[in-house]
Design a protein around this ligand. Sequence first.
Ligand code: ADP
Ligand code: MG
Length: 311
Amino acid sequence: MSEFDLIRRHFTRATPGALLGVGDDAALLQVREGFVLAVSSDMLVAGTHFFPDADPYLLGHKTLAVNLSDLAAMGAIPRWATLAISLPQADDIWLERFSAGFFALADQHGLELVGGDTTRGPLNLCVTIFGEAEANQALRRSGAKVGDEVWVSGCLGDAALALAHLQGRVALSDSEYNLCAPSLHQPQPRVALGRALRGIANSAIDVSDGLLGDLAHILTASGVGAEIEFVRLPVSATLRGYPELISTCALSGGDDYELCFTVPAALHDALQSLGAQLACIGRIVAGSGCLVLDAEGSSIHLKGAAYDHFR
Ligand code: ADP
Ligand code: MG
């Protein structure tokens, strides 16, 4: 199979939302009146971000999901993506499954694949995603204000718990693993929530490297501090079964792809009516850094921070 057959067979689809999609030297894209482009790239490297023998369908899903999560955190509407892919060999069955997983999630979000690059090399997947955002309503990291509440969507730590099991650091039962594995392999980007938070949240980030590390990005960008209450962290029943792992998985574990955001306290009730599974976990305070408080209000000392590739 030639490079061009591969692209035609596995990555070429109709792209009615683009002026020009796959097949020329560049795609041609037009954002709608009133919008600006929101652009983000995320790379997944075999052995670093996923096991080399990972299920290709789930890998296709996750490759796009991590990028959709970045647009969700901006409150943007996903429109297009490019896919740069380096493959050890042209394995038709693997590519069929990978593209099926990728396009199934793309279709859920009305996203079109409009280009990319395909080379031979170690397995490496890089998506650049393009969305539409209202310039003055995009959610940024830099808008948190003293007095805001800190909120998070979904549950934290299940993906890290599933990974700990795969790495032999904990032994989950089959049913426990089956409950938390989807968080690791098939994260659901919170795109609708990101849109709903426009005009409500003062700041937002997606939680990809652990809550504490990602919240720290909001705090630094906004010049504020935070206090988080440990007992308010949204944690699944499965993770509650391993109390000694809650803090590492829910606070420093990676791959949650939930949104963490701050909201004026006066909007507390409005948020609860958003209907999504949202938890208020603390507040923004003057100063810098994040304190995690126990039930008595004393600060808990935590070892380890967020995942950092170069630390
Ligand atoms: P060029 O050599 O001009 O960079 P390529 O030969 O690499 O173009 O790619 C041919 C066309 O196929 C381009 O439109 C490119 O965007 C698209 N393409 C290449 N790889 C992929 C891929 N993995 N997924 C989607 N489109 C791709
Ligand atoms: Mg090329």
